[in-house]
Design a protein around this ligand. Sequence first.
Ligand SMILES: [Zn+2]
Length: 209
Amino acid sequence: MKLILLGAPGAGKGTLAAYLIDKMGVPSVSTGNILREAIKNKTALGLSAKQYMDAGQLVPDEVVIGMLRERIAQDDCKGGFILDGFPRTIPQAEALDTIAEIDCALSLEVPDEVIEARMTGRRVCLKCGATYHIVANPPKADGVCDKCGDGLHTRSDDKPDVVADRLATYHAQTEPLKGYYGAQGKLKSIDGTQGIEKTQGFAAAALGL
Ligand SMILES: [Zn+2]
């Protein structure tokens, strides 16, 4: 099965992808990883991508699609794959349709206020790397790491205004993909608010696993 995971940043796509990779026995294909590999290996497309990045520009969709075409032609993708981080826009989805026949777009539905509570409640210890959540997994003493006693911090990505910006970008650019795949009869939506195990169960049922 060739699967796309849709969902807002912080909806839990990474955790769900890890489960599905194991359950389906297919690789996760991440455009971020492909890009880094291509640049490291100095492939023609990697060198092209690096020129844009060095100039502070976004790598054009056709360069990313070229790398993706090479990646999904490899043997481990013969039985399908899960696309991670792509497509994020309608033009990217249209380009993807020219190189692969996607079977399903699975949308992980989590309301903004739930995501905001999840992300803005995260705290991290910069000294030992321990992570906490002020509601779901609080430290014993407010603002203090249980393991090493150092002070806890909020990652810049988890600050309320940054989370709100990322959600706005998702709604404007990526959420329209639900309509795109819905029109192709390929959209399946599941509830991502009921905890990890239930989310996994909903996904397995939706995908017939
Ligand atoms: Zn610590």
